[in-house]
Design a protein around this ligand. Structure first.
Ligand SMILES: [Zn+2]
Length: 145
């Protein structure tokens, strides 16, 4: 018999699995009133926990949550907005080029058409890459909401 009382964890082990328990612990509990009483309290507690049924909501929690979740956003509004902004930007740029061309008639005469084409292709490629990147980031963010 151990001189010291056995600790809480050992008592719990004894209550939950008497067969696998260390013989020293079993002996101690059989002879010590205090530890035996504690073991009985744990037995009552575990029995009560087993009896307690899992809490069940009286309403359909999944359904309620699903209703609250925002519907997957429709992309049509964003597409219209992008199209509108692009159109406005192109219109403003065209007007500016038209207006400034009057004052600087040689602005676009200085570069050859091949240079102009290279600039346009570069701008277009960069724009496409930026759009793809933005779109991917947006979709990633929407997935985690
Ligand atoms: Zn004891």
């Amino acid at each position: 018999m151990k001189n010291k009382h056995i600790n809480e964890i050992e008592i719990q082990q004894y209550v939950l699995a008497k067969d696998d328990c260390d013989i020293v612990i079993v002996e101690h509990i059989n002879h010590c009133q205090k530890c035996k009483a504690e073991a009985e309290i744990y037995e009552l507690l575990f029995a009560a926990i087993k009896k307690e049924q899992n809490p069940v909501f009286k309403f359909d929690i999944a359904n309620l949550v699903m209703q609250r979740l925002p519907e997957k956003q429709n992309f049509s509004f964003d597409k219209y907005l992008i199209a509108l902004l692009s159109t406005v930007s192109i219109a403003i740029l065209s007007i500016l080029i038209y207006l400034t061309n009057k004052y600087f008639p040689t602005v676009f005469n200085g570069i050859s058409s091949i240079q102009f084409l290279l600039i346009m292709v570069t701008v277009l490629l960069i724009s496409i890459f930026i759009y793809i990147d933005m779109n991917r980031n947006y979709k990633n963010q929407m997935n985690f909401c």
